[in-house]
Every structure is written in C-alpha cells, then in structure tokens.
Design a protein around this ligand. Structure first.
Ligand code: HEM
Length: 149
C-alpha cells in the first residue's frame, strides 16, 4: 500500500489550475472582487484623507476624485487587474512621484490609518485582507522620504 500519491492531493492540484495555467479562482484582483472593490477601497481611503490635517494639505486639488482614481488604477494593476494605470500615467515610479511630498513617519501612519479603515470596509476573507495589508504596510514604509517633523 502506497501513500505517496493520495487521491485527495491529485484532486486539489486539478482544482487549483486550469488547463491554460490560470488559477481556477482567478488572480488576486479577481478574488477580492475586481474593479468595484478597488473603487470602493480608494473612495473610502480618500474619505479619510479628506478629514486628515496632515494629509489633506498635501493634495493640491480641491477635488480628491482624480487622486482616488489614480490610486484605484494603480492598485488594480499591481494585483493583476487591467493595466489602465500604466496606459494613462506611464511607469508608476512611486517613490519618485512622492518625492515632492514630505512623507515622515506621522504621514505614513495617517496614510495607513485611513487605508486600514478602507480595507476593512471591503470585508475580505482574513487571508486576503492580511495579504493586502502586508503589501500596503511595506509600500508605505518604502515611501518614507524624511524623518523630520
Ligand atoms: C506613506 C504615505 C503616503 C502619502 C503621504 C502619500 C501621498 C500622496 C500624494 C499627496 C499624492 C498626490 C496626489 C495625486 O495627485 O494623485 C500621491 C499620489 C499617489 N500615491 Fe501616494 N502617498 C503615500 C503612500 C502611497 C503608497 C504606499 C502607495 C501605493 C501603494 C501610493 C500610491 C499613490 C499613487 C498611485 C499616486 C498617483 C501617482 C500618479 O500617477 O501621479 N501612495 N500620494
């Protein structure tokens, strides 16, 4: 009797991968709900930014709608959705694009605070939420460009 190749393992393999090589459940972008989810995330995030005394003054435009859209499209592209961001804005080069703003630990903390609330509003499966959060936390750290007040 061999336990090397149990049937349940085989079934699992078949379920996870389509003949095309695509994951059966879709990529991360699709798994968390596609564009509507990313639109909701960006809108909720900017609702927080609108009330924030550290972040709000950094945004030159009165209307935060266009900024919300840029963030939405970037995140969609990052997680495997359409590459509209790249088509409209070119290569992300996010650190360079943020160089004009003073991103100290307080700004990072505020950014993450609003992102946390926005992410929770999506009510994702805990593992998806954790994966998304780990990325945002890391990306926000990468954006730090000063330790001055
Ligand atoms: C850590 C604190 C951060 C602060 C204070 C900050 C602030 C800003 C500001 C003031 C803008 C300009 C608004 C606009 O015109 O779009 C901007 C743009 C943007 N930010 Fe951030 N940001 C932070 C972190 C991040 C992170 C972690 C990401 C990605 C995960 C991100 C993604 C973007 C994108 C995609 C844009 C639009 C870039 C473009 O196409 O011009 N930001 N951010």
């Amino acid at each position: 009797m061999s336990h090397e190749f149990e049937d349940k393992d085989r079934v699992e393999t078949v379920r996870l991968t389509m003949p095309s090589g695509e994951k059966a459940g879709g990529n991360f972008f699709q798994q968390v709900g596609g564009s509507p989810a990313f639109e909701k995330l960006a809108a909720a995030f900017y609702e927080g930014v609108a009330t924030d005394d550290v972040l709000r003054p950094m945004y030159p435009e009165d209307d935060l709608g266009p900024a919300a859209r840029r963030l939405q499209l970037f995140l969609e592209q990052y997680w495997g959705g359409p590459s509209t961001y790249q088509e409209e804005r070119g290569h992300p080069r996010l650190r360079m694009r943020h160089a004009a703003f003073k991103i100290n630990p307080l700004a990072r903390e505020r950014w993450l605070l609003h992102m946390r609330a926005a992410l929770e509003s999506l009510e994702l499966a805990p593992q998806k939420e954790a994966e998304f959060w780990a990325y945002l936390d890391r990306a926000a750290t990468a954006m730090l460009n000063t330790f001055e007040d």
